[in-house]
Design a protein around this ligand. Sequence first.
Ligand code: CP
Ligand code: NVA
Length: 308
Amino acid sequence: MIRHFLNLSDAGGDAIAAMLANAMDRKAARAGWPKGKVDADAPLAGHTLGMIFEKNSTRTRTSFEMAIKQLGGDSMFMAAGQMQLGRGESVADTARVLSRYVDAILIRTDDHAKVEELAAYASVPVVNGLTDLSHPCQIVADLLTIVEQGKPLPGLEVAWLGDGNNVLNSVVEAAGIFKFNVRIAVPHGYESDSAFIDAANASGAQITLTRDASEAVAGADIIVTDTWVSMGQEHAHNKMAAMMPYQVNERLMATAKPDAKFLHCLPAHRGEEVTDGVIDGPQSLIWDEAENRLHAQKSILLWCFGKL
Ligand code: CP
Ligand code: NVA
């Protein structure tokens, strides 16, 4: 059985818990080392990760390149627009061909169905590096960042503010897996995918929707937001106006628990979804969160290769 990682549920709770533990161990074991030095056990020596990007990336591309390098393997970056994929070669044929050259394929694209098709025709593991539907790799890093703070996942109170997007869908999926609660405050018309919410609620999480940002944040342990305009979306004036009451600013943060933490997957649009005072403030974990992309990707790759 090939281990694809298209959504968090492909791995499930036990495997994600193992990923988090492995990521913390590996992170601690190489503290202070040069970033390009290979981990002592080089568990993916000889393995190459092919990476197809149809959308921009800073963190996902560089953290996966460094992740496989630190595990002893190699990566290959492919801009979709420079591939025959960009001229109409089918996803299925691309999957069949790349499977003959590389040991795993990461793809960042728009339509989630493309990732599913790639996985259906690939004979090597496929990793979702973000689609319009979900961003599971980001959420493994977010869970790692939360667990590092000593906060247990079950029963955690998470508040999401702003747009109901791909990152939120994966937060909600994680809530269903680890039984934590998410209070979503989004404006009318910008709600997230109801299938993720229904599944999480059916699994014992409590996912609630409010139009009131303060209600979402009251008593929250973790406050999360993301850009109001995701890649591929139009920068509509009426959307920006609708989002403004959901900005994470100092006044809103003051209504959360005193030890509440702030997360943002980045890139941030300072002055829009978050103010400088919050993102640069003492409750923000964004740089640890960004670093943890690297440590999380390593454990995701190890799981895909059956080494976790
Ligand atoms: N958070 C995240 O996925 O960042 P990039 O778009 O830079 O990869
Ligand atoms: N929701 C954002 C996340 C970027 C990492 C987007 O899809 O553009």
